[in-house]
Write a protein that binds this ligand. Sequence first.
Ligand code: DQA
Length: 148
Amino acid sequence: MKKKILILHGPNLNLLGIREPEYYGRLSLDEINRRLHEKAAIYGLEIECFQSNGENVLVEKIQAAYGTVDCIIINAAAFTHYSIAIRDALKAVGLPAIEVHLSNIDAREEFRRHSVIADIVMGRITGFGASSYLLALTAAKELMEKNE
Ligand code: DQA
């Protein structure tokens, strides 16, 4: 059975391509997802990519991952910095999670330096643009192999 990875994109990431390209690059979310699907096929992983601007929608999606998904890759975007609901949902389902950011959040405004999920994820990849997601997928693949 193929391992399934859920890739979550938080608020405003649907605007990638036009949104502050100096931080987030010029690739659209569709293009990033296409590249993720391409790499997942090479790795023999099943992936689902999902974006929402709503905290409650992301919480529901994390809850629904319980028992159906093996690992979560999450760019919670602005929710990273304050959503206890997303943190609690990740903790509740107990799935291994990897935190991703396109920009280097430690090199930006002070309020971005704090992540409320940093201590409950397996690890964090931040600052490599779209490659952050692809690196996270590689990390997920290795994690899945280790857990087999
Ligand atoms: C982001 C960084 C967050 O601080 C910001 O709110 C985002 C995107 C990133 O991918 O660099 O929306 O998560």
